[in-house]
Design a protein around this ligand. Structure first.
Ligand code: 5GP
Ligand code: ZN
Length: 112
């Protein structure tokens, strides 16, 4: 299964990676909703957070650690930030490759 985020992870799309390692990459959202808006994804094509296998718990923790590191790099760890994972149609998920949104640099509204 090849999707747009698989292509970005492989460097086949022109999106510039702000982070990469063996299992994950991060890059700017093409349509940023905040001054800082990065997407953190596993290299492996996992469709959504609902499709995470039990032995992929560590991978999920790794993605959150990367988000925290990037928040520090972007200078928003003191002011705060929001991590978002959309899942399925009601969750507002558009791209069917698991991703964490890192949003910051402005005050976020209340959820709901
Ligand atoms: P979702 O709604 O699935 O949680 O979020 C998908 C996000 O991916 C959206 O914020 C959208 O702007 C972003 N996006 C969609 N296609 C591309 C792309 O080709 N490149 C990048 N960098 N971001 C994309
Ligand atoms: Zn994919």
């Amino acid at each position: 299964m090849e999707c747009i985020f698989c292509k970005i992870a492989k460097g086949e799309s022109k999106s510039n990676l702000v982070y990469q390692d063996e299992t994950a990459v991060a890059f700017p959202d093409i349509n940023p909703k905040a001054p800082v808006h990065l997407l953190i994804i596993p290299r492996k094509h996992i469709e959504s957070v609902a499709d995470l296998a039990e032995d992929e718990e560590k991978l999920m923790g790794h993605l959150v650690s990367i988000a925290n590191k990037l928040a520090q790099e972007q200078g928003i760890s003191e002011t705060g930030y929001r991590l978002v994972i959309n899942c399925g149609p009601h969750g507002g998920q558009i791209v069917a490759h698991l991703h964490i949104h890192l949003l910051g640099g402005r005050q976020m509204g209340k959820l709901g």
